[in-house]
Ligand binder design. Sequence first.
Ligand code: GLN
Length: 467
Amino acid sequence: MDFSSISAAHEALLNGDVTAVELTEYYLQKAEKEDRYNAFLEVFRESALATAAGVDEKVKNGSAGKLAGAIIAIKDNICYAGHKVSAASQILDNFESLFTATSVQRLLDEDAIIIGRLNCDEFAMGSSGENSSLGVTKNPINEALVPGGSSSGSAAAVAAGFCMATLGSDTGGSIRQPASFCGIVGMKPTYGRISRYGLIAFASSFDQIGPLARNVEDAELLFNTMAGKDVMDSTSSSKPLNTQTSISGKKLRFAYMKEVMESPGLKPEVKAAFESKLEKLRSEGHEVNAFSFPYLDHMVPCYYVLTTAEASSNLGRYDGVHYGKRSERSEDIPSTYINSRTDGFGPEVKRRIMLGTFVLSTGYYDAYYAKGQKVRQLIKKATDEVLTENDFIISPTTPHPAFEIGEKANDPIALYLEDIFTAQANLSGNPAISVPLAETSEGLPFGIQLTGRSFEEADLFEASRML
Ligand code: GLN
């Protein structure tokens, strides 16, 4: 049942070697019985099997979609009508989606089967999976380690073989960093390429949904199915989806940031593997250029000023009245708001709401939020400049492989620094992907990241395949 790719499973299904119900049952059992990593928050047994039976009917009459045979699970911040969604937060305990995210709907329209929802950091705020209110997710490669975050369950479920691919969301690295830590592929599309309708908002001008998969081909298949304009998300782009790459067989220009190589946190083994990859690219005839980027140290502060500001606004809706849980100590309007939010949000979410409210407040707005916006523009401009002279920016995805559960749990700044290499693509809006690069001497995987030109995902996938 372990097909090497979604298209292999699809073919087996069309050939009658396997049925959708058999495939679904196989993965459901794994997710139900073998998940000692706390990757799944819930398995959608009933609806998955019902969908599978429908897919088998379609296979019989020759009308099956191109994802028939794909067994997928979704991060717990993406809506699927009639199923619970909580963003791993107590404030949304027992909340049920009233509609289906466009990204999920497009997968379903092509006959993918959604088998469950996956653990994550609360409201996608975190880099380790430890901020979930529903327990930590463990890394299937070594259970003492974090799987990365915030799409912790999305990465762990793929790495453990509980489904073929998953959806995650990436605001500052939440798809790519866990993909790196779990030895899989994770891709963040260009901002606006995939609809955010039905994604629980964290920082709306940064958030993107994207795939986590075992290989580039599967990630590309899911991406192509989900991408494109959606009238329900006014920030989704109406640019036609380009699925044709123009770079096959060509010599490419890769650019790496000098400051990344000098970064104090960069682990020597990661640096060495990255450098030897650059050498290999040179030996294959590609151009590898160094560039200087004076903003590397400003990326994380800029990201945390702007995203906390957006989060403080987005999370204002959780008031104990409109959504989710209401505190039992509610006597009047103020006590309903205060107690519901006090009880419902975890410490990291509260920290960010306070930080975001602070940077937006009168007297501080110009010094922090408005300044952050300007820095973001500078970063975007500088990124675009590098990508006019080069085809891709190349870097390690993270400075180090997965760390121990608990190691950084009491040090928010250390966790914020996890985003040092990934936040750039969210600040600038460019598409970026992490593919496995190598393993440390202890057998821990880490990834290499490519950032491409906006809306040129086809080239990004092609270059990733080559890498
Ligand atoms: N680690 C980052 C944060 O905590 C990224 C989160 C994300 O991409 N959702 O904000």
